[in-house]
Design a protein around this ligand. Sequence first.
Ligand code: NAP
Length: 243
Amino acid sequence: MSVVLVTGASRGIGAAIARAFACEGCDVAVNYHKNAEKANLLCEEFREKGVRAITVQADVSDSAQVNAMFETVRRELGDPDILVNNAGISLFGLLTDLSNDDWQRMLNTNLSSVFYCCRAALPAMIRAHKGVIVNIASMWGEVGASCEAAYSAAKAGVIGLTKALAKEVGPSGVRVNAVSPGVVMTDMMAGFSEQDIAALKEESPLMMTGTPADIADAVLYLASDKARFVTGQVLPVNGGMVI
Ligand code: NAP
C-alpha cells in the first residue's frame, strides 16, 4: 500500500489528486496552509473509503515547516512513496509593478517548496530504491504568460528541476515527472471574468477548460506502474492550448 503526500491539498487540484489516490486505496497525507476545515473534511471522506488519511499543516515555502511536515507524515503513516508537489499561488500584474517581496513569495511558494519537499522525501525513497515524485507545473512555465512573469519563471524552474532531478535519481529507482495544466477551474481562476474564461476556451482546440479531476487522472498515471518507463517528462494537460 502506498503512502502519498500531496501539498496544497485542501482544495482545487490538490484535493482532486488526494481524492484520486484515496480512491485507489492509498494512505494519504493532506497538506494545507490555511484551510484546516476543508482538509479535515477531505480526510473524513477518505477514511470512509477505508484508507488512512491525515492532515498536515505547513507553509511549504518554509524549509523548517516542510521538514516538520515530513516528520509528522513518517510518524503517522510511514515514509511517503509518492510525493505530489502541487501547492502554489498565482500573481497577476506588470513586472514593473512587482515588489521584491512579491517576487520572493512567488519563488519560495512555487519553486523553493518543490526543492524542500524533494530533499526531505528522497533519502527514504533512495534507501527503498522506489519512489515517485510528480510536480505540478503550468503551461505558462512552458511558454510564458504576459503579466505573470514571476509565476512563469517559477513554473519554468519546476520544469527544469523535474528534468535534472529525474537524471540524478533515476539510477536510484526514483521517477520524477511533471504535469503541466492548462486552464483549470479552481479558486485560482476566481479573478477571471466570464468573458475572460470564454476567450480562453476559444483559444483552446478542445474549446473547454479543465477540471481538477482531469489533472488528477494524469498524476495518477505518472505515479502508477503503467508509467514505469517514464521519467523526466512534462505531461501537458491543457485541452490543446499549448501544442
Ligand atoms: P488553488 O485552488 O488556489 O489551491 C491552492 C492550494 O495550495 C490550496 O490547497 C492552498 O492551501 C495551497 N497553498 C498555497 N500556498 C501554500 C503554502 N505556502 N503552503 C502550503 N500550501 C499552500 O489552486 P489550484 O488551481 O488548485 O492550483 C494547484 C496547482 O496547480 C498550483 O501549483 C498551480 O500553480 C497549478 N496550476 C493551476 C492552474 C489552474 O488553472 N488552476 C493551471 C496551471 C497550473 P490552503 O487552502 O490551505 O491555504
